[in-house]
Design a protein around this ligand. Structure first.
Ligand code: ZN
Length: 231
């Protein structure tokens, strides 16, 4: 079966669980440097899915690792922020914030779950690509400092990360209407909702990144990735 079909079927299988996870995180938002329950939930999922990870000492930051087939191949990083904002939620939804004065107003609940979901799919299909992928759950984006903590810890090393990918949701365009990629910044416009398309795009992007970086990988030469192109 083509890798694209496998990606899509993995997405279908996990999608309802991811929506639940997103609602759970949205209902329990945590401010910068206090993402304790969020980190615990991430750890729980990674354990459940058998994805190895480390939690940084005295921190809510988590780095998980998915290893593909070839140890010599490059490593890419995927990063999501996890923190919420000191804003009162006005939306009357079933998963409304349970914390007075705190809400996921910037969509980091979506980013966190998108990264978990992408990690799940990549882990399921890790025998289909070379290299490795670091899943980086970053605290404290809103107040700054979370990324530095991870860099100081050595997230860019052992193995060195050749490229980093990240997304930010936007609510100013209709769901699924446009997606844009550019070096330095990736924007996937999904109107503040989890959208299945994000995983497809993520995966295509990862595969293409790995393919470009990994000139020596045999399966790439054999055309395993031929059906994965960014449109
Ligand atoms: Zn944000």
């Amino acid at each position: 079966m083509s890798i694209k079909k496998d990606v899509f079927s993995e997405i279908e299988a996990i999608y309802p669980e991811l929506v639940e996870l997103r609602h759970q995180i949205h209902a329990n938002p945590e401010l910068s440097y206090a993402e304790f329950a969020t980190a615990a939930l991430i750890e729980e999922q990674l354990k459940k899915w058998g994805i190895p990870y480390v939690r940084l000492p005295d921190s809510t930051a988590i780095v998980a690792m998915i290893r593909g087939q070839s140890k010599q191949s490059p490593c890419i990083g995927i990063r999501a922020d996890m923190d919420a904002l000191p804003i009162e939620e006005a939306a009357n939804v079933s998963y409304q914030s349970k914390k007075k004065g705190i809400m996921h107003a910037c969509g980091h609940d979506i980013h966190t779950v998108n990264l978990l979901g992408s990690g799940y799919v990549l882990n399921q299909l890790k025998n289909r690509f070379a290299g490795c992928v670091k899943l980086v759950f970053q605290p404290a984006e809103e107040v700054g400092g979370g990324a530095k903590e991870l860099i100081d810890y050595g997230v860019l090393d052992n193995p060195p990360v050749s490229a980093f990918l990240a997304t930010h949701v936007s609510e100013d365009v209709p769901v699924g209407s446009k997606h844009s990629f550019r070096a330095g910044l990736v924007i996937i416009k999904i109107n503040g909702r989890i959208h299945k398309e994000i995983y497809r795009l993520f995966y295509k992007l990862y595969i293409n990144t790995l393919k470009k970086l990994d000139l020596a990988y045999q399966s790439a030469r054999n055309g395993v990735y031929d059906d994965c192109h960014i449109k």
